[in-house]
Write a protein that binds this ligand. Structure first.
Ligand code: HEC
Length: 294
């Protein structure tokens, strides 16, 4: 049995007398929805190369925090991680933080608590940048989609959904399921050996830049030294997910030839890995029309 069926939504009735939010009566704008409008489709996102993406996010969080930690009261600093600009972070003279000019991070990462600065945590998974790690996603999905409750999320010996089973998923189970996802092959680009097609692809690549697409879809971000060593669990995991303090840390070399191929290339001298993921890891407002904040 699931605790949260379909992420907490019951099936629609489209009955105007049904006042249960999200089920019948009204949509967000107060209108009676029709069957055609009541939902939209969600495509499952690709998961290839996921380990490299999570490591990029971890390194970028560390870079943003290093800048944050240097900001004294009365100062402002530009936030940059791997060359991507995240706006400006300021502190007023009394030490209070001002996040109004930070861009590309969701509200979850911008909360400030008096003298405590924003977490600036990059959350690379789920819609609208809500999930920190493959592990957090895994704990969510086992519960939401399979009705299986992990010990690290729901507690030892707790039968949270009353199905007669306890300890349905151990920390080690979650580590294994997470690592399986993290080590998936990184997709490559195969250009057919046909001159016309090759020329068209290369022209398309240029147009992608000149049209401005690459300003958000950054063609490549660089994992710095050590970044190909994926460690599980993620040190930034929120409560309800194991952290390195409470379960053994497992390290996997994402560039090992023993893993499913293809892998990305490790630069032999610098130890860096270029990750051609066409993302800047930022959130963008795509709904505001012309003039919307990028
Ligand atoms: C202002 C930043 C921005 C610009 C500029 C931009 N994109 Fe995007 N693009 C996004 C974001 C954000 C998403 C993800 C939207 C979502 O899933 O809600 C996206 C999604 C996509 C996707 C779907 C990717 C997937 O995995 O589902 C494609 C394809 C795409 N963009 C192509 C383009 C092209 C082509 C251009 C240039 C004409 C472009 N984008 C310009 C931000 C941008």
């Amino acid at each position: 049995m699931c605790l949260y069926w379909g992420s907490g939504l019951t099936f629609v009735t489209l009955d105007e007398k049904d006042l249960i939010p999200g089920r019948g009566a009204r949509d967000e704008s107060g209108k009676q929805p029709t069957l055609q409008e009541m939902s939209n489709f969600r495509a499952t996102p690709g998961m290839f190369g996921a380990g490299y993406l999570e490591m990029l996010a971890r390194q970028m969080t560390a870079e943003l925090r290093a800048i944050r930690d240097q900001i004294a009261p009365g100062q402002t600093a530009a936030l940059r991680a791997k060359g991507v600009y995240f706006g400006e972070l300021s502190r007023r003279a009394d030490g209070a933080w001002d996040v109004s000019k930070v861009e590309g991070l969701g509200a979850l990462s911008l909360g400030t608590n008096g003298q405590e600065g924003p977490s600036l945590l990059i959350r690379p998974w789920h819609q609208a940048g809500a999930v920190v790690s493959l592990r957090e996603f895994t704990n969510n999905a086992y519960n939401h989609h399979h009705g299986i409750q992990s010990v690290e999320r729901f507690g030892e010996g707790v039968d949270a959904d009353g199905d007669g089973f306890v300890n349905e998923l151990t920390k080690d189970d979650v580590t294994a399921a997470t690592l399986f996802q993290a080590v998936m092959a990184a997709p490559g680009r195969v250009i057919p050996n046909v001159p016309e097609v090759e020329a068209a692809v290369l022209r398309g690549e240029k147009l992608f830049e000149t049209a401005g697409c690459a300003s958000c879809h950054t063609p490549s971000l660089l994992l710095s030294y050590g970044g190909h060593q994926f460690t599980e669990p993620n040190p930034y995991n929120p409560a309800g997910n194991a952290t390195p303090a409470d379960t053994p840390v497992v390290t996997v070399d994402l560039n090992s030839a023993l893993l499913p191929l293809p892998r990305l290339r490790l630069e032999p001298f610098s130890g860096t890995v270029a990750v051609p993921a066409y993302t800047d890891m930022k959130l963008h407002n795509m709904c505001g029309g012309a003039g919307a904040p990028g």
